[in-house]
Ligand binder design. Structure first.
Ligand code: PXP
Length: 246
């Protein structure tokens, strides 16, 4: 099976930093360590409220990284201007609600097709690879394809939640939807990524789906780093991904 990239999301290093103000722990230092541990890319989400990653972090990441930056953002004018200024390797458009704790669902592309088509066009022209974060739903995949996105990222949150709750039936149903929709999207010529909520316990069935070229994982790795160090956590995640695809 082809190699699957691992994008490490460093948002929650910034969450811990911001809990106290000041500048430690530094998400850029974490990103460099992640690179050294084998991350194929770094993902950072600049939220409207700047609750974790800040504007200066993005600037420093752009300067410091040897691997590509995947810039996650909501489809707002402010974020588009920031992305066009930095021209990161990739942008991933995610839904954002101010009151949510994390990105709770996929983007409603089908409902906003026209606006999103116009929104992503300049990003593509600037050379950014555009990804859309969506549920494993044919309607959303078709819409993402029509608006000209090169990549879709499938939201694995429902699958992971069902696993944690011990709801095997829902977990297996979600996994089946991932399998079918990854294959469907690949057939349309879209590159397929996945992420949200993945852990050592949930990563392998998703990593084993042949069409999925990249996983983006953050919260679990940053939490696990408390116990085994960031490098150790990333190396183990990489090992599990490789094992799943062997
Ligand atoms: N992919 C996308 C599009 C996300 O928004 C997030 C969370 O910011 C992730 C992956 C990573 O999720 P987690 O931090 O739960 O691993």
């Amino acid at each position: 099976m082809t190699y699957q990239r691992l994008g490490v999301n460093i948002d929650h290093v910034a969450t811990v930093r911001n809990a106290r103000g000041g500048n430690v722990p530094d998400p850029v230092r974490a990103a460099k360590l992640a690179e050294k541990a084998g991350a194929d890319g770094i993902t950072a989400h600049l939220r409207e409220d700047r609750r974790h990653i800040g504007d200066a972090d993005i600037e420093r990441l752009m300067d410091a990284l040897a691997v590509p930056l995947n810039f996650e953002m909501a489809a707002t004018e402010e974020m588009q201007a920031i992305a066009l200024r930095h021209k990161p390797h990739a942008v991933c458009i995610v839904p954002e609600k101010r009151e949510e704790r994390t990105t709770e669902g996929g983007l409603e592309v089908a409902r906003e097709e026209n606006r999103l088509a116009h929104y992503i066009a300049p990003l593509r022209e600037a050379g950014c690879r555009v990804s859309i974060f969506i549920a494993a739903d044919k309607r959303q995949i078709d819409a993402a394809h029509r608006i000209g996105a090169q990549v879709i990222e499938l939201h694995t949150g429902a699958y992971c939640d069902a696993h944690v709750e011990g709801d095997v039936e829902t977990r297996d149903k979600e996994l089946e939807a991932m399998r079918e929709m990854a294959s469907y999207a690949h057939g349309l010529g879209l590159e397929v990524h996945a992420g949200h909520g993945l852990s050592f316990d949930t990563v392998k069935p998703i990593a084993a789906l042949p069409e999925i070229k990249e996983l983006n994982i953050g919260h679990f790795l940053i939490g696990e780093a408390i116990f085994s160090g960031l490098e150790g956590a990333i190396v183990e995640m990489r090992r599990l991904m490789d094992e799943a695809r062997a």
